[in-house]
Design a protein. Sequence first.
Length: 51
Amino acid sequence: MVPELGYTRVSAIVKQAAKDGVSFVEAMVTKGLMGHERVVDLLRQAVDPGR
């Protein structure tokens, strides 16, 4: 996500999601920044870059 949205924006979303008690994925989708599948796919790639 960082290459697409930038560190500052992603970290702000993470902090807000934690404050609101929602998942990062839910926060991204609710804000309309990415669809659910895109967020999940990027997170999977971050965990397993060889995919």
